[in-house]
Design a protein around this ligand. Structure first.
Ligand code: COI
Length: 355
């Protein structure tokens, strides 16, 4: 969608930077937010008051509709700093498109491209010092939107806020992760909201994830709602496998349409691997681990980047995957994406959005 409106962005700089509170050598995920945030309001059918203001608390009504009925969606994007201080954001256009797909499904207004991309650009210019440059670190960008109408009737909110906050981050997972195949709880159903990035998809994952954590697993491997037979995703990331000679990822409307997942599948194809987006059954995965045809398994996401999977638990049995060092494709794609994002190699696809 192109947007012909021109939004002037009001800027109110902070009087007191918090940058000195950040230990860039020891970054935790999502703990300290950068000095500024972008805020836009939607009222009477139009986006207004686009502004960049000091990061801080919001004043909300206890009757605010999204607190009650869940019209809340978000994105995850990352900005990187090159050695020469150039700032680049990885494929933010894809996140903008996905945000608007989520918005449509949740009966929320679309966010114009200009507010999302131009607003982000200006925000990053103002908070450039917050973007870390050590390899493995980045500025995590969290655009989100929620209904703000103070009314308890069940209907689409008449007003919304779109906000972008950012924070310097290291790895979301610093080690390979273990996953428990979930065979009772369900993340998404056909016709539902599984493909969208809405807050409720994460809320519903917390209790089953806690149960998996208590059994010693880091995360859940979600399966389909009807039979718990086919693998879907990991909740915080998509899943990609190497089975035989193919790079395979589950597909469909019940999984998040991840930007990192798409990027990796596009690269695999360009590099000449056989790629498949299809149903992968738990049985195929477990049999493949047992007979050695499953040689790689990893989680792919903005926060997770490429996180190797070390162990999969299914019906009380654990299945170990091959050592991480020997995983040719996932190590190659991890290295390639790192080099690309930090501007160390050419960007033949135009994926780096230069600020
Ligand atoms: C992301 O990868 O950006 C996500 O939103 C996952 C998450 C941290 C919930």
């Amino acid at each position: 969608m192109s947007d012909t409106n021109s939004y002037s962005i009001r800027v109110e700089p902070t009087k007191q930077s918090r940058l000195s509170q950040v230990d860039f050598n020891n970054l935790k995920f999502g703990q300290i937010m950068s000095d500024h945030m972008l805020v836009a309001n939607y009222d009477n059918g139009a986006w207004t008051d686009v502004s960049i203001v000091p990061y801080g608390d919001l004043q909300i009504s206890p009757a605010m509709s999204s607190l009650h009925y869940g019209q809340a969606i978000f994105e995850g994007v990352k900005a990187y700093k090159y050695a020469d201080e150039t700032v680049s954001v990885f494929r933010p256009d894809q996140n903008w498109e996905r945000l608007n797909k989520s918005a449509k499904r949740l009966q929320m207004p679309e966010v114009p491209q200009e507010i999302f991309l131009e607003g982000l650009k200006q925000l990053l210019k103002i908070d450039k010092q917050w973007i870390p440059s050590i390899e493995g670190t980045s500025l995590y960008i969290r655009p989100f939107m929620f209904g703000t109408e103070p009314a308890l009737g069940v209907h689409a909110s008449a007003s919304y806020k779109f906000i972008i906050i950012t924070c310097p981050v290291g790895a979301y997972y610093s080690q390979p992760i273990s996953l428990k195949v979930e065979t009772y709880y369900t993340r998404a159903v056909s016709g539902g909201v599984g493909f969208s990035k809405n807050a409720g998809n994460y809320a519903l994952s917390l209790y089953p994830t806690q149960l998996a954590n208590e059994e010693g697993y880091d995360q859940i491997m979600w399966t389909d709602a009807a039979e718990h037979k086919y693998i879907e995703e990991a909740g915080t990331a998509n899943l990609i496998f190497r089975i035989g000679d193919s790079i395979i990822t589950p597909h469909g409307e019940t999984i998040l349409h991840g930007v990192t997942r798409r990027t990796i599948m596009e690269l695999a194809e360009k590099w000449g691997y056989t790629t498949e987006q299809r149903n992968v059954s738990v049985a195929e995965l477990i049999d493949g681990i047992k007979n050695g045809t499953v040689t790689e398994a990893f989680a792919a996401g903005t926060a997770a980047t490429v996180t190797h999977i070390s162990r999969i638990g299914f019906e009380g049995q654990d299945y170990e995957l091959p050592p991480v060092e020997g995983r040719e494709f996932s190590n190659k794609v991890f290295d390639y994406l790192n080099q690309l994002r930090y501007g160390k190699i050419e960007d033949p696809f135009g994926w780096n959005f230069i600020v």
